[in-house]
Design a binder for this molecule. Structure first.
Ligand code: ZN
Length: 160
């Protein structure tokens, strides 16, 4: 059995009045994520983990921030592109483990929605998608509410 591990990490600024999407789910908050697209760091981390597992570069390889066509687009299209590349190479995702680090807002009530939405897009069982949120205990730029970070680790398995 051929298996490949992938890891992705992403950090963006938090700003008042920006949109706030995590895993394609809209978060209700005065703060939002500053980004060229919709700034969905959770999806950006997953995309980098998929591409990383396959040694196909990173999200910027396919969607450079200099490209005006991706301005304010939903990051779900980035994930669909990464999944397309993975499917072409005859791999599937076994499971994903995601961490989100932010001081505020509290997002625990959104986690089930995020897992449900990702399971639908990726077409795997929700039990194979873990989403965890933590704070940086008021330390650093994340603790001061200026930024947000997400990591994603996943396992790809070659189709039988
Ligand atoms: Zn990003």
């Amino acid at each position: 059995m051929e298996i490949k591990i992938g890891h992705g990490i992403d950090i963006h600024q938090l700003k008042l009045g920006e949109p706030f999407y995590l895993g394609g789910v809209k978060i209700d908050s005065d703060l939002g994520i500053l980004g060229h697209s919709d700034g969905d760091i959770l999806i950006h981390a997953i995309v980098d983990a998929i591409l990383g597992a396959l040694s196909k570069g990173d999200i910027g390889t396919f969607f450079p921030s200099s490209d005006d066509k991706i301005k304010n687009v939903s990051s779900v299209i980035f994930l669909k592109k990464a999944l397309e590349i993975m499917i072409d190479l005859e791999f599937h995702i076994n499971n994903i483990d995601i961490n989100i680090v932010l001081q505020r807002p509290h997002i625990n009530s959104y986690i089930l929605d995020i897992r449900t939405n990702l399971a639908k897009i990726i077409d795997i069982d929700i039990e194979n998608i873990s989403v965890k949120a933590t704070t940086s205990d008021h330390l650093g730029f994340i603790g001061q509410g200026k930024g947000i970070m997400s990591t994603a680790t996943l396992l790809l398995i070659k189709n039988p």
